[in-house]
Ligand binder design. Structure first.
Ligand SMILES: Cc1cc2nc3c(=O)[nH]c(=O)nc-3n(C[C@H](O)[C@H](O)[C@H](O)COP(=O)(O)OP(=O)(O)OC[C@H]3O[C@@H](n4cnc5c(N)ncnc54)[C@H](O)[C@@H]3O)c2cc1C
Length: 289
């Protein structure tokens, strides 16, 4: 086995200097995905570059002046940091819905939001809630910074549009439009397992008319998926049992699950519809748990 070196830079400039020396180096944040891959021999990098000591990747700022009253979640924020941030949960309850059942105490303590997005697992927990919040991601590389919608970040299973040296520095959210409510639900085989279906729903209402609909699902397509046809079906219409049944049928048509060790494609498709309906009803009723 070739020697593995471990680097702990304190700045992004230092990161890119190390990358120039070790172009195949892997970034590591919490390590909950990377270390499993390294230990099992699935990847064999010559170097690991830890992002944990870089101050600018940490911190959660809600209603930040620098972000026009929006919110910035540093990529090295852990799932525990998300859960511990009361103002974040009050503003975007769907993020706490997704963080609460994530892994175990130990995993939540290490796993970062940036790592969860960059690992690009179709069943990852944070993408569906962030997609319904129209999140954007900030990416920085030696050539400069760019900001893109999260929906454009995922390319396929385990693949993102990150350039070879780029680091995801933050997730950025606008204030939620007034009158919107959101909910995330997931189903896994056991509580600490990854979800085999997850769904996030955000609805804006004017009386019983739907003014805004965002629906995103996990583990039912090659990447975390916005269900745009469902959103179009709901927006502008009066929400009631008939429309929700129509939308549920559209949810089941719009996903393309596979069969794997966790569940069959058929069960996943059916369950996505069930969870959509529950999440939408719970959103409309204003229930939080
Ligand atoms: C027991 C267990 C339970 C789990 N349960 C869940 C669960 O319920 N839900 C869920 O979604 N996941 C779960 N996971 C998976 C894992 O914990 C998450 O995907 C986690 O968020 C990854 O974050 P990390 O900081 O550990 O990433 P790391 O393992 O450090 O990195 C993951 C990938 O992202 C890259 N990377 C990390 N940060 C950056 C960055 N800022 N810029 C560019 N690239 C970066 C790394 O190079 C690597 O490719 C579980 C894992 C375990 C071991």
């Amino acid at each position: 086995m070739s020697e593995l070196t471990y680097h702990r830079p304190k700045t992004l400039a230092e990161v890119w200097r190390i990358r120039a020396e070790f172009p195949e180096a892997l970034y590591i944040a919490g390590g909950t995905d990377v270390m499993g891959l390294v230990r099992s021999g699935c990847v064999g990098p010559k170097a690991l570059i830890s992002l944990r000591r870089i101050d600018e990747l940490h911190g959660i700022e809600v209603n930040g002046a620098a972000d026009g009253g929006g919110t910035r979640i540093g990529s090295s924020s852990t799932i525990d940091d998300v859960l511990a941030h009361t103002a974040l949960g009050e503003r975007y309850p769907v993020l706490h819905d997704a963080a609460r059942p994530f892994g175990s105490v130990q995993v939540r303590n290490l796993a970062t939001v940036g790592g969860n997005l960059c690992n690009a697992s179709p069943c990852a927990g944070m993408p569906p809630p962030l997609l319904v919040l129209d999140a954007r991601v900030r990416l920085a590389g030696p050539e400069g910074e760019r900001e893109i919608p999260l929906g454009e970040f995922f390319v396929g299973p385990g693949e993102t549009c990150l350039g070879p040296d780029e680091v995801l520095t933050a997730v950025v959210l606008d204030p939620p439009p007034s009158g919107t409510r959101s909910r995330y639900l997931r189903k896994g085989r056991v509580s600490t397992d990854l979800a085999f279906v997850s769904i996030a729903v955000l609805l804006g209402l004017d009386g019983d008319r739907c003014t805004r609909a965002r629906v995103a699902a996990g583990a039912v397509a090659p990447r975390p998926l916005r269900l745009r046809a469902v959103e179009q079906l709901l927006e502008g219409r009066r929400i009631g049992p008939t429309l929700l049944s129509e939308a549920r049928a559209q949810v089941e048509r719009e996903v393309s699950p596979i069969t794997d060790v966790r569940a069959s494609a058929e069960y996943r498709r059916h369950l996505t519809g069930v969870l959509f309906q529950r999440a939408a009803e719970s959103t409309l009723n204003g229930d939080r748990r």
